[in-house]
Design a protein around this ligand. Structure first.
Ligand SMILES: Nc1ncnc2c1ncn2[C@@H]1O[C@H](COP(=O)(O)OP(=O)(O)OP(=O)(O)O)[C@@H](O)[C@H]1O
Ligand SMILES: [Mg+2]
Length: 176
């Protein structure tokens, strides 16, 4: 997938991409590559499972429009992947692959009525602590879609039963 983005990931980005923890935060200074890493992790998850729903939240819907729609559509277009972007619903559907739901943290009432397998909260530091906790709990409530791997034959782990499932994880991105 790094090849698709035509970027060599940095050490902290690779650590984030490899994390198998139920919740992981990537904390770096301004321009440290958090949002780019989030996009990469969304793509990784999107193609690794059968029909996942992945939720991605930014502080405002304006940021979704300015940064995420162009970035995802650029990547899909350059890879020849067919998708449908529904701007009024805030959803990208990649046919036969999965769905990305875009949300804004300033409208956390929308964190309702869907089941996701993965949640990404960009710029979580822009929220007051009590609001961040509320959003976090809402994300946990949504993040319960169960998945199967798209390519189970590529799984190298022998004892699959003892392994924590890689879905239903939350990733947060923050500036210190
Ligand atoms: N691995 C990488 N290789 C080359 N350029 C990168 C890499 N990761 C990110 N960038 C570029 O660095 C710039 C900053 O990245 P990004 O916006 O992801 O950082 P950020 O930590 O989210 O910034 P902010 O603190 O403003 O939210 C962007 O132009 C992005 O394309
Ligand atoms: Mg960012």
């Amino acid at each position: 997938m790094a090849g698709l983005l035509k970027k060599k990931m940095l050490k902290h980005q690779i650590a984030m991409l490899k994390s198998t923890a139920p919740a992981t935060a990537l904390v770096s200074g301004f321009g440290g590559g958090k949002t780019e890493c989030m996009i990469m992790k969304v793509l990784q998850q999107l193609f690794a499972y059968v029909n996942p729903t992945i939720a991605v939240a930014e502080p405002t819907i304006d940021l979704v429009k300015k940064i995420l729609y162009p970035r995802f559509t650029e990547i899909f277009d350059s890879a020849g992947i067919t998708y449908k972007l529904n701007k009024s619903e805030g959803v990208i559907t990649v046919h036969g692959i999965g769905t990305i739901i875009f949300l804004s943290l300033d409208n956390s009432e929308r964190i309702i009525g869907f089941q996701s397998a993965f949640f990404h909260v960009d710029e979580i530091d822009t929220l007051e602590a009590d609001k961040a906790e509320l959003v976090w709990n809402k994300c946990l409530g949504r993040n319960r879609q169960k998945l199967v791997l798209r390519y189970p034959e590529l799984e190298k782990i022998k004892d699959k039963e003892s392994r924590f499932p890689l879905y239903n994880t939350i990733s947060a991105y923050s500036t210190p």
